[in-house]
Design a protein around this ligand. Structure first.
Ligand code: NAD
Ligand code: DAU
Length: 344
């Protein structure tokens, strides 16, 4: 199979490429990434150094923008691509509150450009990696989101992802493009950028800095280890039914405060590091995923418990402090200082 993976230098894309290379050493993988602040080419430098697997597989990196029709078309044509998996996105909710514009450009226009290029090139399968956030927010006693739950996004990020999902639907209905959508809950694991909750809290705790909890810390997220999400995307790619959306979740709903206390306990750091700060505007109360459709049709089930996944993740960050330091660039520090400065 010859696959164009977009956003492969980000958190989930990196993990997906590493896992697929291991599971399918005959696959030809082209990683298209613009290398924004969140993209790190070095994650996969060892694949660039040894691109061939010896079993027919290859890895190619291309620095391109998913919004660029010529760049995307050339890659589809030159590498005779069969399938596209679109991870590329602006992915951080807080940044979307700060400045929504790049979210519309990349997540909406970029996805439309990819869909159009894929349609013209007649790719056999398009996988749009979406999110549970398109469904909006749940009350504490409400049933989990299903694929029938109406889209009700609340942040510029989730609105842009919902817009992309609707464009995918339109390309299936109007042009007959063979596309599927995956919607997953909160991922954690190696290579996650330290603006997201778990690596941010790790990074701060290790320096004995205050850990900023939004509001009262009672907002609930459903946590899934990144490899389980990647296995779900693989299943959707290989077995998903054209036009369908599939929910994936980790069966690990936790209030933020409990998660952060557990993390501090694992690191033998005091709970007194926790500090409550001004809430995120429009902060969704709770996400929870009913993934029975994916279980039934794709055989999806998360394999890693939260306890195992957190242990693996913290070990990875402990052993990769230089990675963490490297990605905390000047741009990162500027955003963090401004955002958290406003939350005091
Ligand atoms: P990330 O921010 O870590 O990585 C995004 C990657 O996309 C980066 O490598 C970046 O350089 C690249 N990129 C950004 N704009 C681009 C453009 N215009 N052209 C090409 N590349 C571009 O994100 P992530 O957490 O790995 O998320 C990947 C996907 O999964 C996103 O679509 C996100 O919406 C979705 N998702 C994420 C989660 C989560 O918990 N992180 C959960 C569900 C769904
Ligand atoms: O649910 C899937 C989504 O999960 C993905 O689509 C997004 O790309 C991904 O970023 C993530 O969004 P969240 O907003 O849920 O993740 P984040 O790590 O930013 O925040 C998790 C929770 O922790 C959320 O309730 C906000 C809270 N939080 C976050 C930060 C960064 C804090 O209390 N303090 C913080 O400093």
């Amino acid at each position: 199979m010859r696959i164009l993976v977009t956003g492969g230098c980000g958190f989930i894309g990196t993990n997906f490429i590493l896992l697929m290379r291991e599971k399918h050493p005959d696959w030809y993988l082209v990683n298209l990434d613009l290398l924004t602040y969140a993209g790190n080419r070095h994650n996969l430098a060892h694949l660039e150094a040894s691109p061939k697997t010896g079993q027919g597989g290859t890895y190619v990196f291309a620095q391109e923008d998913i919004c660029d029709p010529e760049g995307v078309t050339s890659l589809l044509r030159d590498h005779r691509i069969d399938a596209v998996v679109n991870f590329a996105a602006e992915s951080h909710v807080d940044r979307s509150i700060n400045d929504p514009s790049p979210f519309v450009t990349t997540n909406v226009q970029g996805t439309q450009n990819l869909l159009e290029c894929a349609r013209r090139h007649k790719v056999q399968r398009f996988v749009q990696v979406s999110t549970d956030e398109v469904y909006g927010s749940l009350e504490s006693d409400a049933p989990a989101f299903t694929e029938e739950t109406p889209l009700a996004p609340n942040s510029p990020y989730s609105a842009s992802k919902a817009g992309a999902d609707l464009l995918v639907r339109a390309y299936v209905e109007t042009y007959g493009l063979d596309a599927v959508i995956t919607r997953c809950s909160n991922n954690y694991g190696p290579y996650q950028f330290p603006e997201k909750l778990i690596p941010l809290m790790f990074s701060k705790a290790m320096r004995d800095e205050p850990l900023p909890i939004y509001g009262d810390g009672s907002n609930v997220r459903d946590w899934i280890y990144v490899d389980d999400h990647c296995r779900g995307v693989e299943l959707a790619l290989l077995q998903g039914q054209k036009g369908k959306a599939y929910n994936f979740g980790g069966q690990a709903e936790l209030p933020n405060i409990e998660l952060v206390q557990t993390l501090l306990d694992q690191l033998s750091k005091p709970h007194s590091l926790i500090t409550y700060v001004k809430d995120r505007p429009g902060h969704d109360r709770r996400y929870a995923m009913d993934f029975s459709l994916a279980a039934r049709e794709l055989g999806f089930a998360p394999q890693v418990t939260f306890e195992q996944g957190l242990q693996r993740t913290l070990n990875w960050y402990r052993n990769n402090t230089s990675w963490l330091e490297k990605v905390q660039s000047g741009e990162y520090r500027d955003f963090m200082n401004q955002w958290y400065g406003e939350r005091q």
